[in-house]
Ligand binder design. Structure first.
Ligand code: BG6
Length: 608
């Protein structure tokens, strides 16, 4: 997500820090900052915006004294992009400076406790809580204080810490988010990612979860949380810088496919407390929610496909009519929208002009707009009436994967939350939905563990010229995304079609060898989709079925199958989309396509 850099040695630290942050900018960020210790005090320079802003402010770091320091590029998750929310964060008496990657899930409880004890906060971030906690609990021994404070933090974190009175060390802590130490000659480095320091040293230690490193100019000592010294093995990096940016994956898209369990986990985990869905971001009262007589969903591309899935879910659970529009159509059809319409706007970037304009049209007509966005402080997030952030982290590949999955997770949270308020979900179902939602990351991992099998299937399919994705009900909604994924990155013509509709015309295109990918996860219509499979097979199609484990009927009908774990109906798309993403990725790879930046496409289209 964000980027961390640290330096301790005899050279001026700030230029090295800023240079390292510059090498991490591909990770996506919205602000940057550095903090050095000149032997007496912390010197902090940080600002919203690109690295260039920081470079101008500090003369590329030359204006900042000190030979020890930490730096950070921030991808906002808690608190909008701003100078105050940028890292490094300093404790109120300026004794501790902290940079952080990851999410402190219980930061609000910790922050309230500290405020009650008189601590003054200046930012809206979870990271500042760590700096204040360290100062508040400081007992004269920095290392001991850290080992006592770390267990208070729930969530994932990689931390770079400096204590003002000890300018001869940087302390690094890892739990969940990656952190490496660069080993130099009488100087050492800290980084969240290899590219930041690869031009300085190829020898590193990788910190493991629960490890604390004390980094000095002339040596590094690593401890576990019980204070025992841990022997680390030096790793010599042989990767190219480009490969290192993708954590060794060949493409960002594959890295982001693999990050989906974490993206879903991070998006839901803070919004489920004691078995209840908590959506504090929605400021509507239960009365206002009950007063809506319909829901409109507007979005583009894959985000629109999330909206189509959401229609099936909301109508089934909330029993409210739901309309879904591609944003570019919605705005210009003089939509029937008023204050009794709830508009849900979905956008990874939060900058898609079509989506932004559609939201404004709905708001002009009196509708209340809730946005589901992945970029904190983006235009749509700012102009919506409420915003629910997906916490998927920066998504670099143009073809979205982890943001799509995180958006689906927010839809499930909203369905449970609204369904409960509307009295449409019994206790038993509520409990089951929450438990299935919490189990999703692990079930996605189960599928990712079989990536080689799916790659093997792709190796037999990549030469096809036309591909159909068919499904019924929620499987049809999902087939739209499978088809788009394939088209976007492999340039193979593909079409998603309601399986029951195929026979009314388009089936004329099916001929010997046509590849049909049949989504057959929705139990209630299983027999029907299987008869649709036979319909196309009788005209020569080769059918790859995607269904729930042990659905023997499907394996008898389809020519080959990919099975996914079972889950509740509304969450099936989160599992069935994964094999389709992997298929699209490897088919494109076998075809030798570009993948991360496909021709003609942009990650976000900010013009109408
Ligand atoms: C397209 C992207 O330009 O915009 C798609 O190529 C994306 O991947 C669509 O789904 C919508 O973008 P956003 O940022 O509004 O979700």
């Amino acid at each position: 997500m964000c980027g961390i850099v640290g330096y301790i040695g005899d050279k001026q630290a700030a230029p090295i820090l800023i240079d390292g942050l510059e090498k991490l900018k591909y990770r996506g960020y919205d602000s940057a900052g550095v903090c050095t210790n000149d032997g007496e005090k912390f010197i902090v320079e940080k600002e919203k915006g690109k690295i260039e802003v920081l470079q101008q402010m500090t003369g590329k770091g030359k204006k900042i004294a000190g030979t020890v320091g930490i730096g950070h590029t921030r991808w906002a998750t808690h608190g909008k992009p701003s100078k105050e929310n940028a890292h490094p964060h300093i404790s109120q008496s300026e004794s501790f400076a902290v940079v952080h990657n990851g999410i402190i899930e219980n930061y609000m409880e910790l922050k309230s406790e500290l405020i009650r004890k008189g601590v003054k906060f200046v930012s809206a971030t979870d990271t500042e809580v760590v700096a204040q906690l360290l100062e508040y609990h400081y007992n004269g021994d920095v290392l001991d204080t850290i080992t006592k404070v770390m267990p208070m933090l729930k969530g994932s974190y990689a931390l770079g810490i400096m204590y003002r009175e000890m300018p001869d060390e940087i302390i690094a802590v890892r739990k969940g988010s990656p952190l490496i130490i660069g080993i130099g000659e009488d100087e050492n480095y800290l980084a969240s990612d290899v590219p930041a320091i690869l031009d300085k040293t190829k020898n590193i230690y990788r910190l493991d979860n629960g490890e604390i490193a004390v980094i000095k100019r002339d040596g590094i000592v690593v401890y576990d949380l019980s204070g025992n010294v841990v022997e680390k093995t030096v790793e010599t990096i042989t990767w190219s810088v480009d490969a290192a940016k993708k954590d060794g994956y060949e493409h960002f898209m594959l890295k982001e496919i693999m990050e989906q369990p974490k993206a879903v986990h991070d998006t839901i985990i803070e919004r489920i407390k004691d078995g209840r869905v908590v959506l504090d971001e929605i400021r509507l009262t239960p009365e206002q929610i009950r007063n809506f007589d319909k829901i409109n969903i507007v979005a583009c591309g894959s985000a629109y496909h999330v909206g189509v899935v959401a229609k099936y879910i909301f109508e089934k659970i909330l029993r409210k009519p739901v309309e879904v529009d591609v944003a570019s159509e919605f705005k210009y059809r003089d939509p029937i929208v008023d204050e009794k319409t709830l508009t849900i706007v979905i956008s990874q970037s939060g900058e898609t002009a079509d989506t932004k304009e559609a939201m404004k049209e709905a708001q002009r007509k009196g509708s209340y707009a809730i946005a589901i966005v992945n970029v904190v402080g983006s235009a749509i997030a700012v102009e919506a009436d409420d915003v629910i952030y997906t916490l998927a982290g920066p998504e670099i590949a143009v073809a979205t994967t982890k943001a799509y999955s995180a958006q689906l997770a927010v839809i499930y949270l909203m369905a449970i939350y609204f369904g409960d308020i509307l009295g449409k979900i019994c206790k038993e179902d509520y409990k089951n939905y929450v438990s299935e939602l919490l189990a999703l990351p692990e079930k996605i991992t189960d599928i990712l563990d079989r990536i080689e099998d799916i790659k093997n299937t792709a190796s037999k399919l990549f030469a096809r010229k036309d591909v159909f994705f068919i499904g019924r009900n929620i499987d049809h909604a999902l087939s739209l995304e499978g088809s788009l994924k394939l088209k976007e990155i492999s340039y193979i013509h593909s079409e998603a079609y309601a399986a029951g509709e195929l026979k009314h015309g388009t089936i004329s295109l099916i001929e010997k060898g046509t590849l049909v990918i049949a989504l057959a996860t929705y139990e209630d219509l299983h027999e029907k989709i299987c008869s649709n499979i036979e319909e196309v097979q009788s005209r020569g199609a080769y059918v790859l079925g995607i269904g729930c484990e042990n659905r023997q009927h499907l394996s008898h009908s389809a020519d080959s199958t990919i099975f996914i774990p079972k889950t509740c109906d509304m969450m099936l798309p989160s599992l069935a989309v994964v094999p389709m993403q992997i298929l699209a990725y490897y088919i494109a790879r076998f075809k030798g396509c570009e993948i991360d930046t496909p021709r003609n496409l942009a990650k976000s289209v900010t013009v109408e």
